[in-house]
Design a protein around this ligand. Structure first.
Ligand SMILES: Cc1cc2nc3c(=O)[nH]c(=O)nc-3n(C[C@H](O)[C@H](O)[C@H](O)COP(=O)(O)O)c2cc1C
Length: 314
């Protein structure tokens, strides 16, 4: 039994997004409309267990306000997954997720993430090492896609034989990147496979669901336990709310929320542990939908430090 079984059905999950879902943004989302579950960015275990560890630790900052939070790991060495899972238990995480879906070239050329779809023995060793380390302390989940170059449901079957606590499925192959619409029929098929192969594994669908309303329809249609939303939150920080007020928010309200985000960023990373550049990703979210937004965005892009950005907004 894990806390995942106590979540409402369907439950709503904020997807792992690199340079987006750090502790700061998770706290902002928690204040707007808190999802049932949130993820960290992906964190490389081989880096975490090397002298470069210090550079990765900021990605694993966590406050009680965001919980429950699952940390997502990626990498190649099963022993490093074991050690990193032990680290997550100490840090107070609520679960550990294994990234077997990221299709980015620099990552898959070494055989990690989505490339594990073609490397079942290593994928199995990574899952086994993580489960060993997690024991009863943390639920173990995998986030993946429906195949590498072509749809391959034997991959989903393989993962279901590993008796995971949860399996999140992005309804595209790795080759498709994000270029075609997500195929939810395949996610529905995975849920049916689950019923026979591993009834205790929760199935979470992911891909193109923008908000709670769309997610509810998909969960019902495909009989899913949970819905994961990624880019939707970059259009509306209240995407997980039953009713979002975002469309009615005016310029002042949006800029105040952006300023709160930046202030928290400055406070959280007071030793400049994180670069300013990724904050720019949030420009389109907050500086949008009011007169003069595009001019203000252009000015924002000229700022070089969080302090300068804050001065511009306040
Ligand atoms: C900026 C960005 C960063 C991402 N980083 C990760 C990541 O670290 N780990 C991961 O499993 N998926 C990552 N993804 C993929 C998302 O979690 C999600 O699977 C994908 O965006 C599809 O869902 P959506 O249509 O709701 O956005 C990322 C996506 C985006 C847009």
């Amino acid at each position: 039994m894990s806390f995942l079984e106590d979540l409402p059905k369907p439950f709503f999950v904020l997807a792992p997004m690199d340079d987006v879902t750090d502790t700061v943004f998770r706290q902002i989302v928690a204040d707007c409309a808190k999802p049932d579950l949130m993820y960290t960015e992906f964190v490389n275990v081989d880096g975490l267990q090397s002298p470069g560890r210090e550079h990765l630790l900021p990605k694993l900052k966590l406050t009680g306000k965001e919980k429950p939070v699952i940390a997502q790991l990626w990498g190649l060495n099963p022993e490093n997954f074991y050690k990193s899972t032990k680290d997550l238990i100490e840090m107070g995480y609520d679960g550990v997720d294994l990234n077997m879906g990221c299709p980015v070239k620099t990552v898959i050329k070494n055989g990690a993430c989505a490339a594990l779809i073609n490397s079942r023995e290593l994928a199995g060793d990574i899952i086994d090492a993580t489960k060993d380390a997690a024991g009863d302390a943390l639920p173990v989940s995998v986030k993946t896609r429906v195949g590498f170059t072509t749809v391959d449901m034997s991959w989903i079957e393989f993962l279901l034989t590993k008796i995971l606590n949860m399996l999140s499925i992005h309804g595209r192959t790795a080759k498709e990147m994000s270029k075609v619409p997500a195929n939810w029929d395949l996610i529905g098929q995975a849920a049916e496979l689950r019923n026979s192969l591993s009834p205790s594994t929760l199935i979470v669908g992911n891909g193109d669901a923008l908000n709670r309303r769309q997610g509810l329809e998909l969960a019902e249609k495909y009989q899913l336990d949970g819905i994961m939303i990624g880019r939707g939150i970059l259009h509306d920080p209240f995407a997980l709310a039953a009713e979002s007020p975002w469309a009615d928010w005016d310029k002042r309200q949006k800029l105040e929320l952006f300023a709160k985000h930046i202030e928290l960023f400055i406070k959280t990373y007071e030793n400049h542990e994180r670069k300013f550049e990724p904050l720019r990703k949030f420009c389109k979210l907050y500086i949008n939908g009011f007169d003069g937004a595009s001019e203000l965005r252009a000015q924002f892009m000229e700022t070089k430090t969080p302090q300068q950005a804050l001065e511009l907004l306040t």
